[in-house]
Design a binder for this molecule. Structure first.
Ligand code: NAD
Length: 548
Protein backbone atom coordinates (compact mmCIF):
# COMPACT_ATOMS: atom_id res chain seq x y z
CA UNK A 1 0.00 0.00 0.00
CA UNK A 2 1.30 3.48 -0.86
CA UNK A 3 1.83 5.25 2.50
CA UNK A 4 3.30 8.44 1.08
CA UNK A 5 1.28 11.59 1.88
CA UNK A 6 -0.77 13.14 -0.93
CA UNK A 7 0.94 15.85 -2.96
CA UNK A 8 0.06 19.48 -2.13
CA UNK A 9 -2.82 20.97 -4.11
CA UNK A 10 -2.01 23.73 -6.65
CA UNK A 11 -3.18 26.56 -4.32
CA UNK A 12 -2.02 25.02 -1.08
CA UNK A 13 0.26 27.23 1.00
CA UNK A 14 3.53 25.42 1.79
CA UNK A 15 6.56 26.06 3.93
CA UNK A 16 6.92 28.45 6.87
CA UNK A 17 3.91 30.56 5.80
CA UNK A 18 1.74 27.65 7.02
CA UNK A 19 2.96 28.58 10.47
CA UNK A 20 3.02 32.36 10.17
CA UNK A 21 -0.39 33.13 8.62
CA UNK A 22 -2.81 33.13 11.59
CA UNK A 23 -5.78 32.28 9.36
CA UNK A 24 -4.08 29.11 8.11
CA UNK A 25 -1.83 28.06 10.96
CA UNK A 26 -2.80 24.90 12.85
CA UNK A 27 0.39 24.77 14.93
CA UNK A 28 0.78 21.45 16.69
CA UNK A 29 -2.45 20.24 15.08
CA UNK A 30 -0.74 19.67 11.71
CA UNK A 31 -0.74 15.91 11.22
CA UNK A 32 2.45 14.03 10.38
CA UNK A 33 1.32 13.68 6.78
CA UNK A 34 0.58 17.38 6.54
CA UNK A 35 3.95 18.28 8.02
CA UNK A 36 5.67 16.21 5.32
CA UNK A 37 3.45 17.42 2.51
CA UNK A 38 3.76 21.10 3.45
CA UNK A 39 7.49 21.01 4.07
CA UNK A 40 7.30 21.94 7.75
CA UNK A 41 8.54 18.69 9.27
CA UNK A 42 10.74 19.22 12.34
CA UNK A 43 9.49 22.82 12.65
CA UNK A 44 7.03 21.71 15.37
CA UNK A 45 7.37 19.50 18.45
CA UNK A 46 6.73 15.85 17.53
CA UNK A 47 3.38 15.32 19.18
CA UNK A 48 0.26 16.03 17.13
CA UNK A 49 -2.58 17.64 19.11
CA UNK A 50 -6.27 17.94 18.32
CA UNK A 51 -7.78 21.45 18.44
CA UNK A 52 -9.48 20.62 21.74
CA UNK A 53 -6.18 19.53 23.27
CA UNK A 54 -4.52 22.73 22.12
CA UNK A 55 -7.42 24.73 23.55
CA UNK A 56 -7.15 22.98 26.92
CA UNK A 57 -3.45 23.83 27.09
CA UNK A 58 -4.13 27.49 26.18
CA UNK A 59 -6.86 27.73 28.79
CA UNK A 60 -4.46 26.67 31.53
CA UNK A 61 -2.02 29.36 30.38
CA UNK A 62 -4.70 32.09 30.28
CA UNK A 63 -6.01 31.19 33.71
CA UNK A 64 -2.47 31.16 35.06
CA UNK A 65 -1.94 34.82 34.22
CA UNK A 66 -2.37 37.04 37.22
CA UNK A 67 -3.94 40.18 35.73
CA UNK A 68 -6.64 40.74 33.09
CA UNK A 69 -4.19 42.80 31.01
CA UNK A 70 -1.69 39.93 30.97
CA UNK A 71 -4.48 37.63 29.85
CA UNK A 72 -5.38 40.15 27.13
CA UNK A 73 -1.77 40.25 25.93
CA UNK A 74 -1.43 36.49 25.93
CA UNK A 75 -4.66 36.05 23.96
CA UNK A 76 -3.62 38.80 21.50
CA UNK A 77 -0.33 37.00 20.89
CA UNK A 78 -2.17 33.73 20.38
CA UNK A 79 -4.54 35.39 17.94
CA UNK A 80 -1.66 36.78 15.91
CA UNK A 81 -0.35 33.25 15.59
CA UNK A 82 -3.44 31.07 15.30
CA UNK A 83 -6.85 32.71 14.84
CA UNK A 84 -8.71 29.38 14.90
CA UNK A 85 -7.30 28.38 18.26
CA UNK A 86 -7.91 31.87 19.70
CA UNK A 87 -11.54 31.79 18.57
CA UNK A 88 -12.07 28.23 19.84
CA UNK A 89 -10.83 29.08 23.34
CA UNK A 90 -12.75 32.34 23.62
CA UNK A 91 -15.95 31.02 22.07
CA UNK A 92 -16.02 28.00 24.38
CA UNK A 93 -15.63 30.26 27.44
CA UNK A 94 -17.40 33.45 26.34
CA UNK A 95 -18.56 34.60 29.77
CA UNK A 96 -15.05 34.29 31.15
CA UNK A 97 -13.23 35.67 28.11
CA UNK A 98 -15.39 38.58 26.93
CA UNK A 99 -14.36 40.84 29.83
CA UNK A 100 -10.75 40.17 28.82
CA UNK A 101 -10.91 40.79 25.08
CA UNK A 102 -13.56 43.54 25.38
CA UNK A 103 -14.80 45.83 28.15
CA UNK A 104 -13.42 46.40 30.76
CA UNK A 105 -9.91 45.08 29.93
CA UNK A 106 -9.83 46.59 26.43
CA UNK A 107 -10.08 50.00 28.13
CA UNK A 108 -6.95 49.29 30.14
CA UNK A 109 -5.24 48.02 26.97
CA UNK A 110 -6.07 51.27 25.13
CA UNK A 111 -4.70 53.36 27.99
CA UNK A 112 -1.45 51.38 27.79
CA UNK A 113 -1.53 50.77 24.01
CA UNK A 114 1.74 52.42 23.09
CA UNK A 115 3.72 50.68 25.80
CA UNK A 116 2.18 47.23 25.25
CA UNK A 117 2.23 47.39 21.42
CA UNK A 118 3.92 44.30 19.98
CA UNK A 119 2.73 43.53 16.48
CA UNK A 120 0.67 44.96 13.62
CA UNK A 121 -3.08 44.37 13.37
CA UNK A 122 -5.40 46.60 11.34
CA UNK A 123 -4.48 49.79 9.49
CA UNK A 124 -3.30 53.05 11.06
CA UNK A 125 -4.15 55.86 8.63
CA UNK A 126 -2.27 59.02 9.53
CA UNK A 127 -3.67 62.41 8.59
CA UNK A 128 -0.12 63.75 8.53
CA UNK A 129 1.50 61.10 6.35
CA UNK A 130 -1.24 59.46 4.29
CA UNK A 131 -3.65 62.16 3.15
CA UNK A 132 -4.28 61.90 -0.60
CA UNK A 133 -3.07 58.27 -0.71
CA UNK A 134 -5.59 56.43 1.43
CA UNK A 135 -6.96 54.15 -1.32
CA UNK A 136 -3.41 53.08 -2.17
CA UNK A 137 -2.76 52.27 1.51
CA UNK A 138 -5.96 50.27 1.88
CA UNK A 139 -4.54 48.05 -0.87
CA UNK A 140 -1.69 47.16 1.50
CA UNK A 141 -4.23 45.13 3.48
CA UNK A 142 -3.34 41.51 2.76
CA UNK A 143 -6.92 40.28 2.09
CA UNK A 144 -8.74 41.14 -1.11
CA UNK A 145 -12.27 40.91 0.35
CA UNK A 146 -13.42 42.99 3.30
CA UNK A 147 -16.99 42.81 4.60
CA UNK A 148 -16.90 45.03 7.69
CA UNK A 149 -14.66 47.94 8.59
CA UNK A 150 -14.74 49.30 12.15
CA UNK A 151 -13.11 52.73 12.25
CA UNK A 152 -12.35 55.12 15.10
CA UNK A 153 -10.50 58.42 15.25
CA UNK A 154 -9.84 57.76 18.94
CA UNK A 155 -11.84 60.86 19.89
CA UNK A 156 -13.82 59.30 22.76
CA UNK A 157 -12.62 55.83 23.67
CA UNK A 158 -15.15 54.16 26.01
CA UNK A 159 -15.52 56.67 28.87
CA UNK A 160 -11.77 57.34 28.79
CA UNK A 161 -11.73 60.36 26.50
CA UNK A 162 -9.39 61.21 23.63
CA UNK A 163 -6.80 58.45 23.29
CA UNK A 164 -5.61 59.24 19.74
CA UNK A 165 -4.01 56.30 17.94
CA UNK A 166 -4.16 54.26 21.16
CA UNK A 167 -7.87 53.85 20.41
CA UNK A 168 -7.00 51.03 17.97
CA UNK A 169 -7.81 48.49 20.66
CA UNK A 170 -11.50 49.26 20.18
CA UNK A 171 -11.90 48.44 16.44
CA UNK A 172 -9.81 45.32 17.03
CA UNK A 173 -11.98 44.31 20.00
CA UNK A 174 -15.26 45.09 18.22
CA UNK A 175 -14.27 43.01 15.20
CA UNK A 176 -13.25 40.13 17.46
CA UNK A 177 -16.82 40.28 18.75
CA UNK A 178 -18.19 40.21 15.19
CA UNK A 179 -16.35 36.93 14.68
CA UNK A 180 -16.99 35.39 18.09
CA UNK A 181 -20.53 36.55 18.74
CA UNK A 182 -21.95 36.51 15.21
CA UNK A 183 -19.59 34.24 13.29
CA UNK A 184 -18.44 36.88 10.78
CA UNK A 185 -15.34 35.25 9.23
CA UNK A 186 -12.17 36.92 10.56
CA UNK A 187 -10.77 37.43 7.06
CA UNK A 188 -13.68 39.78 6.27
CA UNK A 189 -12.88 42.13 9.17
CA UNK A 190 -10.73 45.26 8.92
CA UNK A 191 -9.97 47.46 11.97
CA UNK A 192 -8.88 51.02 11.23
CA UNK A 193 -7.51 53.79 13.44
CA UNK A 194 -7.61 57.19 11.77
CA UNK A 195 -4.82 59.10 13.45
CA UNK A 196 -5.96 62.72 13.29
CA UNK A 197 -3.79 63.73 16.24
CA UNK A 198 -4.90 64.03 19.84
CA UNK A 199 -5.81 66.78 22.27
CA UNK A 200 -4.66 64.55 25.11
CA UNK A 201 -1.55 66.45 26.10
CA UNK A 202 -0.05 63.89 28.49
CA UNK A 203 -0.30 61.38 25.65
CA UNK A 204 1.41 63.71 23.15
CA UNK A 205 4.19 64.23 25.68
CA UNK A 206 4.53 60.52 26.49
CA UNK A 207 7.89 59.44 25.01
CA UNK A 208 6.41 56.03 24.13
CA UNK A 209 3.29 57.34 22.37
CA UNK A 210 3.13 55.76 18.91
CA UNK A 211 0.66 58.10 17.23
CA UNK A 212 1.19 61.48 15.58
CA UNK A 213 2.18 64.14 18.12
CA UNK A 214 -0.14 66.74 16.62
CA UNK A 215 -3.15 68.51 18.02
CA UNK A 216 -6.40 66.88 16.90
CA UNK A 217 -7.46 67.90 13.42
CA UNK A 218 -10.92 69.49 13.26
CA UNK A 219 -13.44 71.17 10.95
CA UNK A 220 -12.91 71.12 7.19
CA UNK A 221 -9.61 69.16 7.08
CA UNK A 222 -11.15 66.46 9.32
CA UNK A 223 -14.25 66.30 7.10
CA UNK A 224 -12.06 66.06 3.98
CA UNK A 225 -10.00 63.23 5.48
CA UNK A 226 -13.15 61.28 6.38
CA UNK A 227 -14.53 61.88 2.90
CA UNK A 228 -11.34 60.55 1.34
CA UNK A 229 -11.24 57.56 3.68
CA UNK A 230 -14.87 56.56 3.10
CA UNK A 231 -14.58 56.95 -0.69
CA UNK A 232 -11.40 54.83 -0.57
CA UNK A 233 -13.12 52.05 1.39
CA UNK A 234 -15.76 51.73 -1.31
CA UNK A 235 -13.26 51.95 -4.17
CA UNK A 236 -11.00 49.24 -2.72
CA UNK A 237 -13.61 47.06 -0.95
CA UNK A 238 -16.90 47.75 -2.78
CA UNK A 239 -19.97 47.42 -0.57
CA UNK A 240 -17.98 47.05 2.68
CA UNK A 241 -20.05 47.97 5.75
CA UNK A 242 -18.51 50.82 7.76
CA UNK A 243 -19.11 50.99 11.51
CA UNK A 244 -18.20 54.33 13.11
CA UNK A 245 -16.85 53.70 16.56
CA UNK A 246 -15.89 55.92 19.52
CA UNK A 247 -15.70 59.20 17.64
CA UNK A 248 -16.34 62.20 19.83
CA UNK A 249 -19.98 63.18 20.02
CA UNK A 250 -20.15 66.10 17.59
CA UNK A 251 -18.16 64.23 14.91
CA UNK A 252 -20.22 61.08 15.41
CA UNK A 253 -23.57 62.76 14.78
CA UNK A 254 -22.19 64.75 11.84
CA UNK A 255 -20.74 61.64 10.18
CA UNK A 256 -23.91 59.64 10.56
CA UNK A 257 -26.08 62.43 9.20
CA UNK A 258 -23.79 62.95 6.25
CA UNK A 259 -23.27 59.36 5.10
CA UNK A 260 -26.23 57.28 6.25
CA UNK A 261 -28.12 57.79 2.97
CA UNK A 262 -25.18 57.16 0.66
CA UNK A 263 -23.20 54.36 2.35
CA UNK A 264 -23.89 51.11 4.16
CA UNK A 265 -22.76 52.58 7.48
CA UNK A 266 -23.91 52.99 11.05
CA UNK A 267 -22.75 54.32 14.38
CA UNK A 268 -22.81 51.66 17.00
CA UNK A 269 -22.52 54.06 19.95
CA UNK A 270 -25.66 55.86 18.81
CA UNK A 271 -27.77 53.27 16.98
CA UNK A 272 -26.47 50.01 18.46
CA UNK A 273 -26.69 51.38 21.98
CA UNK A 274 -30.14 52.74 21.17
CA UNK A 275 -31.40 49.29 20.18
CA UNK A 276 -29.79 47.69 23.24
CA UNK A 277 -31.35 50.30 25.55
CA UNK A 278 -34.78 49.89 23.99
CA UNK A 279 -34.56 46.10 24.32
CA UNK A 280 -33.62 46.53 28.00
CA UNK A 281 -36.61 48.80 28.60
CA UNK A 282 -38.94 46.31 26.93
CA UNK A 283 -37.71 43.45 29.10
CA UNK A 284 -37.55 45.58 32.26
CA UNK A 285 -41.17 46.52 31.55
CA UNK A 286 -42.12 42.85 31.79
CA UNK A 287 -40.86 42.92 35.40
CA UNK A 288 -42.28 46.30 36.39
CA UNK A 289 -45.58 45.68 34.60
CA UNK A 290 -45.33 49.00 32.76
CA UNK A 291 -45.31 49.34 28.97
CA UNK A 292 -42.71 51.50 27.31
CA UNK A 293 -45.28 54.25 26.77
CA UNK A 294 -45.84 54.34 30.53
CA UNK A 295 -42.17 54.96 31.35
CA UNK A 296 -40.69 58.32 32.31
CA UNK A 297 -36.98 58.13 31.61
CA UNK A 298 -34.30 60.31 33.14
CA UNK A 299 -31.10 60.09 31.08
CA UNK A 300 -27.88 60.98 32.82
CA UNK A 301 -25.68 62.01 29.94
CA UNK A 302 -26.77 63.50 26.63
CA UNK A 303 -24.13 62.14 24.33
CA UNK A 304 -24.07 59.44 21.68
CA UNK A 305 -25.33 56.64 23.92
CA UNK A 306 -28.16 58.45 25.74
CA UNK A 307 -29.35 60.36 22.67
CA UNK A 308 -29.17 57.13 20.67
CA UNK A 309 -31.46 55.46 23.20
CA UNK A 310 -33.65 58.58 23.38
CA UNK A 311 -34.15 58.65 19.60
CA UNK A 312 -35.25 55.05 19.28
CA UNK A 313 -37.35 55.18 22.46
CA UNK A 314 -39.28 58.19 21.13
CA UNK A 315 -39.89 56.35 17.84
CA UNK A 316 -41.00 53.24 19.77
CA UNK A 317 -43.31 55.24 22.03
CA UNK A 318 -44.92 56.70 18.91
CA UNK A 319 -45.66 53.13 17.82
CA UNK A 320 -47.54 52.78 21.14
CA UNK A 321 -49.68 55.84 20.47
CA UNK A 322 -47.90 58.94 21.78
CA UNK A 323 -47.18 61.85 19.47
CA UNK A 324 -43.50 62.72 19.00
CA UNK A 325 -43.87 65.73 21.31
CA UNK A 326 -45.61 63.63 23.99
CA UNK A 327 -42.94 60.94 23.78
CA UNK A 328 -40.17 63.53 24.14
CA UNK A 329 -41.83 64.89 27.27
CA UNK A 330 -41.29 61.46 28.82
CA UNK A 331 -37.52 61.62 28.19
CA UNK A 332 -35.55 64.14 30.23
CA UNK A 333 -31.79 64.54 29.79
CA UNK A 334 -29.13 65.79 32.17
CA UNK A 335 -25.62 66.51 30.95
CA UNK A 336 -22.47 67.90 32.55
CA UNK A 337 -24.03 71.40 32.55
CA UNK A 338 -27.39 70.42 34.06
CA UNK A 339 -30.83 69.75 32.59
CA UNK A 340 -31.14 69.81 28.81
CA UNK A 341 -33.69 72.61 28.58
CA UNK A 342 -34.72 75.10 25.93
CA UNK A 343 -33.36 78.08 27.88
CA UNK A 344 -29.77 76.89 27.63
CA UNK A 345 -27.60 78.83 25.20
CA UNK A 346 -24.78 76.26 25.12
CA UNK A 347 -26.75 73.35 23.65
CA UNK A 348 -25.25 71.83 20.48
CA UNK A 349 -27.57 70.89 17.61
CA UNK A 350 -27.75 67.17 18.44
CA UNK A 351 -29.16 67.87 21.94
CA UNK A 352 -31.66 70.57 20.91
CA UNK A 353 -34.44 68.20 19.75
CA UNK A 354 -34.69 66.90 23.33
CA UNK A 355 -34.56 70.27 25.13
CA UNK A 356 -37.66 70.56 27.33
CA UNK A 357 -39.50 73.76 28.24
CA UNK A 358 -38.81 73.77 31.96
CA UNK A 359 -36.60 75.58 34.44
CA UNK A 360 -33.16 74.49 35.64
CA UNK A 361 -32.76 72.25 38.70
CA UNK A 362 -29.68 72.16 40.93
CA UNK A 363 -28.75 68.47 40.73
CA UNK A 364 -29.70 64.91 39.90
CA UNK A 365 -31.63 64.38 43.12
CA UNK A 366 -33.74 67.47 42.42
CA UNK A 367 -34.36 66.23 38.87
CA UNK A 368 -35.60 62.91 40.26
CA UNK A 369 -37.95 64.57 42.78
CA UNK A 370 -39.28 66.89 40.10
CA UNK A 371 -39.57 64.57 37.06
CA UNK A 372 -40.45 61.38 38.97
CA UNK A 373 -38.77 58.98 36.55
CA UNK A 374 -39.60 55.29 36.39
CA UNK A 375 -36.22 54.60 34.76
CA UNK A 376 -32.78 56.10 35.31
CA UNK A 377 -30.32 55.54 32.47
CA UNK A 378 -26.71 56.61 32.86
CA UNK A 379 -24.19 56.87 30.00
CA UNK A 380 -22.13 59.79 31.20
CA UNK A 381 -18.66 58.26 31.40
CA UNK A 382 -18.56 59.48 35.02
CA UNK A 383 -18.28 56.76 37.63
CA UNK A 384 -20.37 56.93 40.79
CA UNK A 385 -23.01 59.49 39.73
CA UNK A 386 -25.79 57.24 41.05
CA UNK A 387 -25.17 57.94 44.72
CA UNK A 388 -27.02 56.42 47.63
CA UNK A 389 -29.43 59.37 47.83
CA UNK A 390 -30.13 59.20 44.07
CA UNK A 391 -30.92 55.47 44.17
CA UNK A 392 -32.92 55.73 47.42
CA UNK A 393 -35.03 58.44 45.77
CA UNK A 394 -35.67 56.13 42.79
CA UNK A 395 -36.65 53.35 45.21
CA UNK A 396 -39.03 55.66 47.10
CA UNK A 397 -40.82 56.66 43.90
CA UNK A 398 -40.99 53.21 42.29
CA UNK A 399 -41.83 49.72 43.47
CA UNK A 400 -39.32 48.38 40.89
CA UNK A 401 -37.03 51.23 39.76
CA UNK A 402 -35.25 50.61 36.46
CA UNK A 403 -31.56 51.52 36.76
CA UNK A 404 -29.11 51.19 33.86
CA UNK A 405 -25.49 52.16 34.59
CA UNK A 406 -24.18 51.84 31.05
CA UNK A 407 -20.83 53.64 31.20
CA UNK A 408 -17.68 51.67 30.45
CA UNK A 409 -15.26 50.47 31.62
CA UNK A 410 -16.30 49.26 35.07
CA UNK A 411 -14.55 52.17 36.82
CA UNK A 412 -16.87 54.57 34.97
CA UNK A 413 -20.13 52.79 35.81
CA UNK A 414 -22.61 55.21 37.39
CA UNK A 415 -23.02 52.67 40.21
CA UNK A 416 -22.04 49.07 40.86
CA UNK A 417 -24.51 46.20 40.85
CA UNK A 418 -24.02 45.84 44.61
CA UNK A 419 -24.90 49.50 45.19
CA UNK A 420 -27.93 49.32 42.89
CA UNK A 421 -29.43 46.42 44.86
CA UNK A 422 -28.35 47.60 48.32
CA UNK A 423 -29.67 51.16 47.95
CA UNK A 424 -33.02 50.09 46.51
CA UNK A 425 -33.59 47.29 49.05
CA UNK A 426 -33.04 44.74 46.30
CA UNK A 427 -35.85 46.15 44.14
CA UNK A 428 -33.82 47.67 41.27
CA UNK A 429 -34.17 46.21 37.78
CA UNK A 430 -30.54 46.70 36.98
CA UNK A 431 -28.21 46.42 33.99
CA UNK A 432 -24.68 47.68 33.43
CA UNK A 433 -22.43 48.25 30.41
CA UNK A 434 -19.54 46.24 31.84
CA UNK A 435 -20.23 42.93 33.57
CA UNK A 436 -20.80 42.54 37.31
CA UNK A 437 -20.94 39.24 39.20
CA UNK A 438 -24.26 38.09 40.68
CA UNK A 439 -25.04 39.88 43.93
CA UNK A 440 -26.47 38.10 47.00
CA UNK A 441 -28.86 40.51 48.72
CA UNK A 442 -31.92 40.13 50.93
CA UNK A 443 -31.86 36.33 50.88
CA UNK A 444 -31.65 35.94 47.11
CA UNK A 445 -29.05 36.18 44.37
CA UNK A 446 -29.62 38.98 41.84
CA UNK A 447 -28.25 38.41 38.35
CA UNK A 448 -27.41 41.78 36.79
CA UNK A 449 -27.77 41.90 33.01
CA UNK A 450 -24.98 43.26 30.84
CA UNK A 451 -26.58 46.10 28.89
CA UNK A 452 -24.04 46.30 26.16
CA UNK A 453 -24.36 47.01 22.47
CA UNK A 454 -22.39 43.80 21.87
CA UNK A 455 -25.83 42.14 21.88
CA UNK A 456 -26.74 44.24 18.85
CA UNK A 457 -23.95 45.23 16.47
CA UNK A 458 -22.56 41.73 15.69
CA UNK A 459 -26.01 40.50 14.66
CA UNK A 460 -26.70 43.71 12.75
CA UNK A 461 -23.45 43.29 10.79
CA UNK A 462 -24.19 39.64 10.05
CA UNK A 463 -27.71 40.53 8.91
CA UNK A 464 -26.38 43.21 6.58
CA UNK A 465 -23.85 40.76 5.14
CA UNK A 466 -26.27 37.92 4.46
CA UNK A 467 -28.62 40.13 2.47
CA UNK A 468 -25.93 42.37 0.93
CA UNK A 469 -27.59 45.49 2.31
CA UNK A 470 -26.93 48.83 0.63
CA UNK A 471 -28.09 50.98 3.56
CA UNK A 472 -28.66 50.74 7.31
CA UNK A 473 -31.98 52.14 8.52
CA UNK A 474 -33.59 53.01 11.85
CA UNK A 475 -36.19 50.30 11.26
CA UNK A 476 -33.40 47.71 11.23
CA UNK A 477 -32.32 48.79 14.72
CA UNK A 478 -35.92 48.71 15.92
CA UNK A 479 -36.20 45.14 14.61
CA UNK A 480 -32.88 44.30 16.29
CA UNK A 481 -34.20 45.63 19.63
CA UNK A 482 -37.35 43.54 19.36
CA UNK A 483 -35.35 40.43 18.43
CA UNK A 484 -33.02 40.95 21.39
CA UNK A 485 -35.87 41.54 23.84
CA UNK A 486 -37.57 38.36 22.62
CA UNK A 487 -34.55 36.36 23.77
CA UNK A 488 -35.33 36.90 27.44
CA UNK A 489 -37.30 34.07 29.04
CA UNK A 490 -39.52 34.12 32.13
CA UNK A 491 -36.75 32.22 33.95
CA UNK A 492 -34.30 35.05 33.15
CA UNK A 493 -36.77 37.61 34.46
CA UNK A 494 -37.26 35.66 37.70
CA UNK A 495 -33.56 36.13 38.39
CA UNK A 496 -33.83 39.81 37.48
CA UNK A 497 -31.85 39.27 34.28
CA UNK A 498 -33.02 41.53 31.47
CA UNK A 499 -30.25 40.76 28.97
CA UNK A 500 -29.14 37.30 27.84
CA UNK A 501 -26.10 35.61 29.33
CA UNK A 502 -22.94 36.02 27.27
CA UNK A 503 -22.82 32.33 26.37
CA UNK A 504 -25.98 32.84 24.26
CA UNK A 505 -24.40 35.56 22.11
CA UNK A 506 -24.42 33.55 18.87
CA UNK A 507 -28.04 32.50 19.22
CA UNK A 508 -29.00 36.12 19.86
CA UNK A 509 -26.91 37.32 16.91
CA UNK A 510 -28.66 34.87 14.56
CA UNK A 511 -32.07 36.22 15.63
CA UNK A 512 -30.92 39.84 15.34
CA UNK A 513 -29.35 39.15 11.94
CA UNK A 514 -32.55 37.56 10.63
CA UNK A 515 -34.64 40.49 11.87
CA UNK A 516 -32.31 43.06 10.30
CA UNK A 517 -32.13 41.22 6.98
CA UNK A 518 -35.93 40.89 6.91
CA UNK A 519 -36.23 44.66 7.14
CA UNK A 520 -33.60 45.10 4.41
CA UNK A 521 -35.66 42.87 2.09
CA UNK A 522 -38.91 44.62 3.02
CA UNK A 523 -37.38 48.07 2.44
CA UNK A 524 -35.69 47.00 -0.80
CA UNK A 525 -32.18 47.60 0.50
CA UNK A 526 -30.99 44.01 -0.10
CA UNK A 527 -28.90 43.00 -3.10
CA UNK A 528 -28.72 39.21 -2.61
CA UNK A 529 -31.52 36.70 -3.36
CA UNK A 530 -33.67 36.14 -0.28
CA UNK A 531 -33.01 32.83 1.50
CA UNK A 532 -36.15 30.94 2.52
CA UNK A 533 -35.28 30.96 6.22
CA UNK A 534 -33.22 33.98 7.31
CA UNK A 535 -32.55 32.65 10.80
CA UNK A 536 -31.24 29.36 9.39
CA UNK A 537 -29.17 31.23 6.81
CA UNK A 538 -27.59 33.36 9.56
CA UNK A 539 -26.67 30.24 11.51
CA UNK A 540 -25.44 28.47 8.37
CA UNK A 541 -22.93 31.13 7.32
CA UNK A 542 -21.44 31.63 10.79
CA UNK A 543 -17.71 31.01 11.02
CA UNK A 544 -16.86 28.03 13.22
CA UNK A 545 -13.34 27.83 14.59
CA UNK A 546 -12.16 24.45 13.33
CA UNK A 547 -9.25 23.45 11.13
CA UNK A 548 -9.75 22.85 7.43
P1 NAD B 1 -20.40 61.23 25.02
O1 NAD B 1 -19.12 61.91 25.32
O2 NAD B 1 -21.01 61.40 23.69
O3 NAD B 1 -21.49 61.67 26.13
C1 NAD B 1 -21.25 61.79 27.49
C2 NAD B 1 -22.36 62.65 28.07
O4 NAD B 1 -22.28 62.61 29.48
C3 NAD B 1 -22.26 64.11 27.65
O5 NAD B 1 -23.54 64.58 27.31
C4 NAD B 1 -21.77 64.80 28.92
O6 NAD B 1 -22.20 66.15 29.02
C5 NAD B 1 -22.44 63.94 29.97
N1 NAD B 1 -21.85 64.08 31.30
C6 NAD B 1 -20.54 64.17 31.63
N2 NAD B 1 -20.42 64.36 32.95
C7 NAD B 1 -21.68 64.39 33.47
C8 NAD B 1 -22.20 64.55 34.77
N3 NAD B 1 -21.41 64.73 35.81
N4 NAD B 1 -23.54 64.53 34.92
C9 NAD B 1 -24.35 64.34 33.86
N5 NAD B 1 -23.91 64.18 32.61
C10 NAD B 1 -22.59 64.20 32.41
O7 NAD B 1 -20.15 59.71 25.33
P2 NAD B 1 -21.09 58.47 24.92
O8 NAD B 1 -20.68 57.93 23.61
O9 NAD B 1 -22.51 58.81 25.09
O10 NAD B 1 -20.61 57.41 26.00
C11 NAD B 1 -20.77 57.68 27.37
C12 NAD B 1 -20.47 56.45 28.18
O11 NAD B 1 -21.35 55.42 27.81
C13 NAD B 1 -19.06 55.90 27.99
O12 NAD B 1 -18.57 55.46 29.22
C14 NAD B 1 -19.26 54.73 27.07
O13 NAD B 1 -18.29 53.71 27.29
C15 NAD B 1 -20.62 54.25 27.51
N6 NAD B 1 -21.31 53.50 26.45
C16 NAD B 1 -21.81 52.30 26.79
C17 NAD B 1 -22.44 51.53 25.85
C18 NAD B 1 -23.00 50.20 26.20
O14 NAD B 1 -23.34 49.44 25.30
N7 NAD B 1 -23.15 49.89 27.46
C19 NAD B 1 -22.58 52.01 24.54
C20 NAD B 1 -22.08 53.27 24.23
C21 NAD B 1 -21.45 54.02 25.20
Amino acid sequence: MDRSPPLPGPDEVRGPRCLSDPLINKGTAYTRDERVRLGIEAMLPPRVEALDEQAARVLVRVRGKTSPLEKYLYLSALRAENETLFCRVVLDHLEEMLPIIYTPTVGEACLEWSSIYERPRGLYISAVQHRGRIAQLLRNWPRSRVGIIVVTDGGRILGLGDLGANGMGIPIGKLALYTLCAGVPPELCLPVALDVGTDNEPLRCDPHYLGERERRMTAEPWDALLEEFLAATQAVFPGAIVQFEDFNTACAFRLLQRYRDSLCCFNDDVQGTGAMGLAGLYTAGRITGRKLSGQRILFVGAGEACLGIGNIVVAAMQREGWSEAEAKQRCLFVDSQGLVIAGRKDLPGHKRPFAQDRGPLPDLSAAIENFKPTALIGASGKGGLFTESVLRAMARLNERPIVFALSNPTSKAECTAGQAYAWTDGRAVFASGSPFDPVPFGGRVHAPGQGNNSFVFPGVGLGLLICGARRVTDEMFFAAAQALAAQISEADLEQGRIFPVASRMREVAAQVAAAVAAVAYAQDHATKPRPLDLRAEAARVMYEPRYA
